[in-house]
Design a protein around this ligand. Sequence first.
Ligand code: FAD
Length: 397
Amino acid sequence: MSASRYLTAERLELQAAARRFAMEEVLPVADELDPERADIPDHLLRRVAEMGYFGILIDREHGGLGLGVFEYALIAEELARAWMSVASIIARGNGMGTQVGDPARRAELLRRSARGTWVGAAALSEPGAGSDLANVQCRAERAGDEYVIRGEKRWCGNALNADFILLLCRERDPEPGEPKARGLMSLIIEKERGRLPEGLRAKPIDKIGYFGLTTFHLWFDGLRVPARNRVGSLGEGPAPKGRGAFNATLHGLNIARIHTAARAIGLARGAVEDALAYAKTRVQFDRPIASFQAIRFKLADMSTEVEAARAFMYQVAQQCDDGLPVEREAAMVKLFATEMAERVTSAGLQVHGGNGYTTEYAVQRHWRDARLTTIFEGTSEIQRRIISDRLLGERST
Ligand SMILES: Cc1cc2nc3c(=O)[nH]c(=O)nc-3n(C[C@H](O)[C@H](O)[C@H](O)COP(=O)(O)OP(=O)(O)OC[C@H]3O[C@@H](n4cnc5c(N)ncnc54)[C@H](O)[C@@H]3O)c2cc1C
């Protein structure tokens, strides 16, 4: 199917609105606040909520836009074109942290998620559990109708400003012979935005990019969580009707990988657009550098790479919405788009010459943020493992 076949009139309209919002309202804030390493300001979060972007995947009955993964990716690309952290924050709404047992509570949380008043943080990784997530050691001990949490988490983005933290923790050790992941569960830690609950300490991690969303190291020392906050399964995004917990988790991982591909494509497109504009105005040897073949061919290669990744992403997102298995393809598009973004943003920086290596131009932001996309949401090496295991008919552990 050609890209234009995927882009119905409704999708084009959605894309145009997201593009306008990103370029007019997100980009100026990113240009101002990213150099200050500041978080996404409240007024911008409110605007993201008003646009409905915290509820793209939530059905209309619960106040969402009732759209699919395709539209989610379409919007994420536009937001990341301006500031990756804004494209990331929408994944902390869109049904994350709503998979509680009680249907009435679940409905209320879905409504809040869609409104942008139930925006979370994911505490999965630990100092000793990154790619090997099944090695999680953070403990949840049952005490009456509560769990008591002790342990450490690393890399928890948005922990302070979140309305809740989705915690992956261990209820028991696996029995001999059982897989390491046995005994793991997730809990929702409800909290007040801007504050930490008793029994939790946090320290920001000093990153080289991905500003707008502060990332924390967390220490749990006796934090108490009501047992009713145990959730059935992991994964971002609501479980589609009729899916079991395991399939819902896989579905959430697939969506996260497609969403990350979309973010990478947005960053790479930013580098192409910025490099084109710069090449037309920067004069050396009495002519714009855009007249040199070395620069023109670089721009041609950059643009081709972005288009190829986007076409692949459209295909995988549509397959996901059509209910087809996409585990291998989601890993492929995450791998392909993020490695593409690293190359293309670096080339875009090169086109800017010395100016590219300053905070006066946005291209360094696209480059620093793109560098992360091959690491988080499963590194490139882990995506290659998933793909090769599927090719060889094996299951990744
Ligand atoms: C800025 C940032 C934000 C993040 N945000 C979050 C968040 O909000 N919530 C959260 O829970 N986590 C978050 N993460 C964590 C992220 O998902 C992990 O960093 C990532 O999964 C890699 O884990 P690791 O850093 O421990 O690297 P490691 O797992 O230690 O990997 C080190 C290297 O070894 C390779 N490697 C590891 N195992 C294998 C293998 N079996 N085969 C081949 N190669 C292998 C890796 O690919 C990598 O190159 C974030 C990370 C960063 C940097």
